[in-house]
Structure formats: structure tokens, C-alpha cells
Design a protein around this ligand. Structure first.
Ligand code: FES
Ligand SMILES: [Fe+2]
Length: 339
């Protein structure tokens, strides 16, 4: 029996796309990943096609991710059984006729796609497509990725932190917020199916000499316009501008590794500052996510309680309230304590 309360429903999340790795993390050799408490092996077919299967050989439970890829098959490291991309075992070398494979010899294979430099997996037929972010596929934008940021919290805590305006001056003073201006500007959330939309105009700290990553020019005080799309359960598209031509787009997606562990992927596009080394943005994100990690890992419970009575929400917590309502309404969070 689970702890009482309304929390993210791991079963329901199987029918959603989640990031499991950066594209570059899966090359010629198989790689291991964990999604919703399930161990996966990720590998590539002969043309580089991504594959995702259960990381558990049906023979003796060995991790297939320790094996190797041969053509369009993955070979178990223990006794050499070979599996095709659909999870069927196609050869058992110990048999006189290795092709006489029993029908039960198969492992689960999952839907996988590669987009925005990430590998995305759905463990069941996904309910919604990935968000469209044309900027990240546009050659006139520069794209850099940061993370993954592996935290001891559920993915919903990481997502809520990304959407939380009230903490900027306190946790990121001088980088994302100004302690002299702690009031959160008004904003309203529109919920359309599984997407929450909202935008905010707020003062920000000027670019620091350490991290000159933003596109604000000399406006004083600089104002940042942020337009958010939160695609339930754990993907955010954030577009920033400063009233001019300069634009930045953030794709943030949290991987629900297990009930109380997550990994955050950040893909950032910009149409200015092309000469800036990627490392400047990466170090900025490492700093911000590092400041957030200490706070979020201290939160109890270590999962977002989706019952609105469970924490104290004020007016400026509009996004958290809308997120909690929508997650429940769509069956992505539920009280499973009696289940
Ligand atoms: S455990 Fe995989 S082939 Fe025996
Ligand atoms: Fe933060």
C-alpha cells in the first residue's frame, strides 16, 4: 500500500513521452536508462535508428545493456541470445538449431523517437505528441544543451521549481532575480487540454560579467518577457524576449526516473551571440540548477502532493495550482493509497 495522498501516477505516466538520454549518449554500444522505475536498454540499429527495450534478458535476467549490438540485433552478454528490434529473441546459440526459438522468448520493446537532440520513450501508446519547437530545428538559431540534472525528488518537484516565480530573488539573486523586487507580477494560466499557457513580464537582474547569457540590451531596468507552455506531465517550452529581435527558447523536460528520482534535460536555442562558447551557457545552467537542487531535495514530501489542501498556495502560486488541478483532471496524478 502506497503512502496516503495524491501523487504522480506512475502507471498513467507510461502513456506519455519522456526523455531518457541525450542523443550523443547512445552510440555504437548499448546504454542503460531508467524510466518510471523500469530499466531500459537503449541502442541503435544499422542506420542509427534508436531502439528501446526492457534491460532484462528473458533467459536469466542479465542486463542486455552489458551486451553488444550486431547488425539490427542486440546480443546478451551471458549466453549470447540475440534479440531483434521488436524484442523477439531470434537466435539461441545453445540450440542445435539456434533459430528454433520458443515464442515466449521475447522482451518488451518500447516506442522511441529522437527529437531536439534527445531520445524520448513512451512505455505505452502515448496520449499526446511532443511539443513543436521549430526554433530548435532552424539553422539560423544556435542550440546548446545542459544537464542532465539528476535530483533526488520526483519529476513534478523539478518541473514546479522551473515554473516557480517567487523564488528567483531568493535562490538566484543577481542571476535570475533582484532581491529588491520580490513581488511576482500578475499572470494568468490558460489550461488547454494537457497544455498550460501563461506569460509574464518581469524585471530581471542585468547580465552579469560572469554569465552574459541573456539578450537584454541597455534597457534599465531590463525587462524580460517569458511565454511558457507546460506540456503535462513534465515538459516545458519557454520563449524569452526583451522587446526586440533577440529571442531565446528553452526546452526543459524532466525524466521521471523513479517515484522520487528525476533527471532534467535543458535544450536552449538563441538567435544572437553566435560567437559565445557553449560553455558559458552550460556553466550558467549548472549554477542555477545547483542552487535549486539543494532547495528541492530538502522538500518534504519528496514528491509533489497534488491534493490542493496539502500545501499552502497563495495568489502568486497560480501556476502550481493550475498544474496540480490539470494533472489530477487528466488522471496523471491520483490517490493510490487504497489501491
Ligand atoms: S541470461 Fe541472457 S542469454 Fe542467458
Ligand atoms: Fe530556480
Amino acid at each position: 500500500m502506497a503512502a496516503p495522498g495524491v501523487y504522480a501516477d506512475m502507471q498513467a505516466q507510461r502513456a506519455c513521452w519522456h526523455p531518457v538520454a541525450y542523443s550523443g549518449e547512445v552510440g555504437d554500444a548499448p546504454a542503460q536508462a531508467e524510466l518510471l522505475g523500469e530499466s531500459l536498454v537503449l541502442w541503435r540499429g544499422p542506420g542509427g535508428e534508436p531502439r528501446a527495450m526492457s534491460d532484462l534478458c528473458v533467459h536469466r535476467g542479465t542486463a542486455l545493456s552489458l551486451g553488444r549490438v550486431s547488425g539490427d540485433e542486440i546480443v546478451c552478454p551471458y549466453h549470447g541470445w540475440r534479440y531483434a528490434a521488436d524484442g523477439r529473441c531470434v537466435a539461441i546459440p545453445q540450440l542445435e538449431d539456434p533459430a528454433r526459438v520458443p515464442a515466449k522468448a521475447r522482451v518488451a520493446a518500447f516506442k522511441i523517437q529522437e527529437r531536439y537532440g534527445l531520445l524520448w520513450v513512451a512505455l505505452r501508446e502515448p496520449r499526446w505528441p511532443l511539443p513543436e519547437v521549430p526554433e530548435l530545428r532552424d539553422d539560423s538559431w544556435a542550440v546548446v544543451s545542459a544537464g542532465p540534472y539528476r535530483w533526488q525528488s520526483d519529476a513534478a518537484r523539478q518541473v514546479e521549481n522551473f515554473t516557480d516565480f517567487g523564488h528567483f530573488p531568493w535562490v538566484h539573486p543577481g542571476l535570475l532575480g533582484d532581491p529588491a523586487r520580490p513581488v511576482v507580477p500578475r499572470h494568468e494560466v490558460r489550461t488547454e487540454g494537457h497544455v498550460l499557457r501563461y506569460s509574464i513580464v518581469r524585471p530581471e537582474a542585468p547580465n552579469t560579467d560572469d554569465f552574459p547569457v541573456f539578450g537584454n540590451e541597455q534597457a534599465t531596468p531590463p525587462e524580460r518577457r517569458s511565454r511558457y507552455e507546460l506540456h503535462l506531465p513534465y515538459t516545458i517550452v519557454l520563449r524569452l524576449d526583451w522587446g526586440g529581435q533577440r529571442g531565446m527558447v528553452y526546452l526543459f523536460a524532466a525524466q521521471p526516473v523513479a517515484a522520487n528520482r528525476c533527471a532534467g534535460y535543458v535544450v536552449i536555442g538563441r538567435n544572437y551571440n553566435f560567437g559565445q562558447p557553449d560553455q558559458v551557457i552550460r556553466e550558467f545552467e549548472n549554477t542555477i540548477f545547483g542552487q535549486d537542487q539543494v532547495i528541492v531535495e530538502s522538500q518534504r514530501p519528496d514528491r509533489v502532493p497534488f491534493d490542493l489542501a496539502a500545501e499552502l498556495h497563495l495568489k502568486f502560486d497560480t501556476v502550481a495550482v493550475a498544474y496540480r488541478k490539470a494533472m489530477r483532471a487528466l488522471g496523471l496524478a491520483a490517490d493510490l493509497s487504497g489501491a
